[in-house]
Ligand binder design. Structure first.
Ligand code: GLN
Length: 280
């Protein structure tokens, strides 16, 4: 079978919302080639070993497994991260969190809570090379994964194992970011699509998905320098609740940012500047 024939066969055989993109991703992964080469090399004959690997990948996809877990990588911002089932696959909407953080933060120290693959931390660290990056995650396998991703993307960071602020209990930062679990345990989306394969610990939080956000926001003032910032990702219908939590915690200039779908997805705030009014 030629590459071109195999591509047509895969596109027909893959049962997902995006058979063409999925077929191309699997072909590039198995054949170790670029998307352009899928077209320019379409008459090249595939070996039996290549065809068998492609068949088994297509079967995994048809069982619902996310493409990123099959290929082991996902693009985020302007780089790639290794992914595995210990943590969430980075989402395009999380780039809004990175953009928001970059708008608030020119340099200094920052902390990414529940860093997972390390995608958010790596994006900020690459854009702010003079900043000192810290990350925490309660899942040891995720900590190892984040460290590997930092190394692969030549980012220096201090990634520590433990729950939220626990591993940095005595430290303060200029920026704290987090994409915590925020889905309600009863949300039916958890039974659909790629999300079924991701760990619940990275997705679900109690009390309408707000428990972890409440903890992160409530404890943030103790870990932020004067005029420091907090930016968090949250569910499409949690903007109001998150703004209220930030206001109650003493944050000022609290605002939400909408995602591609027009939903409030990221909320940020700033701690009062203790030097304000004392200058001159
Ligand atoms: N936005 C993701 C989803 O809907 C969930 C991410 C998260 O829980 N932090 O699948």
């Amino acid at each position: 079978m030629t590459l071109g024939e195999c591509r047509t066969w895969l596109i027909k055989g893959i049962r997902s919302e995006s058979p063409k993109a999925d077929a191309d991703a699997l072909l590039c992964f198995v054949l170790g080639c670029t998307r352009t080469e899928l077209i320019t090399e379409s008459s090249r004959a595939l070996t039996d070993a290549e065809t068998e690997r492609l068949e088994s990948c297509a079967e995994r996809r048809n069982n619902g497994e996310p493409i990123a877990y099959i290929t082991g990588t996902r693009g985020f911002w302007d780089f790639e991260v290794e992914v595995n089932s210990s943590t969430l696959i980075p989402r395009p909407e999380t780039e809004f969190l990175v953009e928001t953080a970059l708008g608030l933060f020119r340099g200094g120290t920052f902390l990414d809570l529940g860093t997972g693959t390390g995608a958010i931390l790596i994006a900020i660290a690459r854009e702010r090379p003079s900043a000192k990056a810290f990350g925490t995650d309660v899942v040891s396998e995720a900590v190892r994964l984040a460290r590997r991703n930092c190394d692969a993307n030549r980012v220096r960071a201090d990634i520590r194992e433990g729950s939220w602020y626990e591993p940095v209990s005595d430290m303060k930062f200029d920026l704290i970011v987090s994409n915590p679990p925020y889905i309600d345990p009863d949300d039916h989306h958890l039974e659909e699509g790629d999300v079924r394969f991701e760990p619940r610990t990275a997705l679900v939080s109690g009390h309408s998905g707000l428990d972890d956000l409440r903890h992160i926001i409530g404890a943030a003032p103790r870990h932020l320098n004067s005029a420091g910032h907090l930016a968090v990702e949250h569910g499409w219908n949690q903007g109001f609740a998150v703004r209220k939590l930030m206001g109650d915690a003493g944050f000022t200039d609290v605002r939400s940012v909408r995602d591609y779908g027009g939903h409030e997805r990221v909320t940020y705030g700033t701690m009062p500047d203790s030097r304000a009014g004392t200058a001159e």
